[in-house]
Design a protein around this ligand. Sequence first.
Ligand SMILES: NC(=O)c1ccc[n+]([C@@H]2O[C@H](COP(=O)([O-])OP(=O)(O)OC[C@H]3O[C@@H](n4cnc5c(N)ncnc54)[C@H](O)[C@@H]3O)[C@@H](O)[C@H]2O)c1
Length: 448
Amino acid sequence: MRVCVIGTGYVGTVTAACFAHVGHDVVGLEQDPDKVAKLKAGELPFVEPDCATLLGDGLDAGRLRFTESYEDAIPESDVVFICVGTPLTETGDANVDALRDVVTNLAPLIGDRFKTIVTKSTVPVGSGDWITMLIEDAMSPSQVRMRNFGVVSNPEFLREGSAVADFLYPDRIVLGSSSQDALDQVALLYDTIVRQDFTDAHADLAPIPLIRTTLESAELIKYAANAFLATKISFINEIANICERIGGDIEQVAEGIGLDRRIGNAFLSAGIGWGGSCFRKDILALTRTAEEYGFTPTLLRSTVDVNEAQRLGVIRKLQDELKILKGKRIGLLGLSFKPDTDDLRDAPSLTLIERLDNAGCRVGVTDPVVTSLGEPFDGVVTFHTDVEDLADGVDALVLVTEWPEYRDLNLDKLAARMRTKVIIDGRNALDGDAIRRAGFRYVGVGRS
Ligand SMILES: NC(=O)c1ccc[n+]([C@@H]2O[C@H](COP(=O)([O-])OP(=O)(O)OC[C@H]3O[C@@H](n4cnc5c(N)ncnc54)[C@H](O)[C@@H]3O)[C@@H](O)[C@H]2O)c1
């Protein structure tokens, strides 16, 4: 099938490269000329395991290309995926400016051949009907009567850091629409993935579940999934806070409850809280939608509040260990919101830098892939290329992102360089006993 993917950021590039990988002809349409130039040259504009390989393969095979032109991309495509950003506004709503822009640009180019317009971006509930209206506005009455397009909601559940695997081997595919033709067309597009037909490795697996539902339910499934995952982490962090006060060990508590199949052990790691581009914005957008309809979603609000407080727990632990924070030097291990990505959107590291700077600390940072933070952090942090350099003269090191390279620290070398031997493990990823034996103060999350 001929596929167009609009917005080649994290989601769009992975979508384009994976659909090309399973045999479709794909054109990526992007407004940023720098991104287009990089992608045409086979360079990824971000860090994501395996994606560069698929990008290169698709370009070499002639199944994947990139353009800035709607006229070049839309008329020839059967299915058009919208993957532009829907960031948070100051009111907590999803900003749909890019979505509106895309739809008004593509609508006049739909032509006579049936096209399916698919939202992969996370869009407010009701967006499918709104997109239909915007497209009809750009059409003549006879074109509207021809009904030569359909709108499908196909929310994306990939995780940065394992996005390619998540796309090719998903837990489920969700398609929502009021148009049977459009649903059938997108289901056909996914058929190779549903049947895992593109690889021998997964040939013996059962087909991937494909859920067909309404537009609203599909849109809501995405918000509900993110809200649930974030709530699970906020829940275990709340239990971790209770552990810290009464002397329990959250690792053992999490194992003990996670073995219950009704609960499951995924997303039960206590730490400094969730971050990333999606959880906060999606929970706040869902909250806004509920409030517009006269309902106050108390649990969703608490999920966000618990997470914000959890990040600041690191500051409290530093105060406990160091007492006066003014004039202290703190080193942060990791900046990206999680390992295997360079994404800094809503990263806990940024909250910590801001709070520590306000508290009068000097903040040093290191990260395997993030090498600058830009405004407003220029001049606020000092970058170091390795952990030992970062440790020089600091009063405490804080593990913020559990990159594998930080799991096995050279404690003797760190001890020789740090001014005060304090390690705050914001991810419970370090060997606390070994660190204590090496003469450090070690403070994890929910570990008494
Ligand atoms: N990042 C994730 O892990 C993830 C996972 C699931 C769903 N989502 C959702 O997917 C959507 C995209 O997220 P992302 O992280 O890929 O965002 P992103 O900011 O990385 O990418 C968006 C891209 O769209 C481009 N764009 C914006 N307006 C455009 C226009 N008018 N025409 C062409 N291109 C345009 C931007 O230049 C950018 O390259 C969001 O709604 C997000 O909530 C993201």
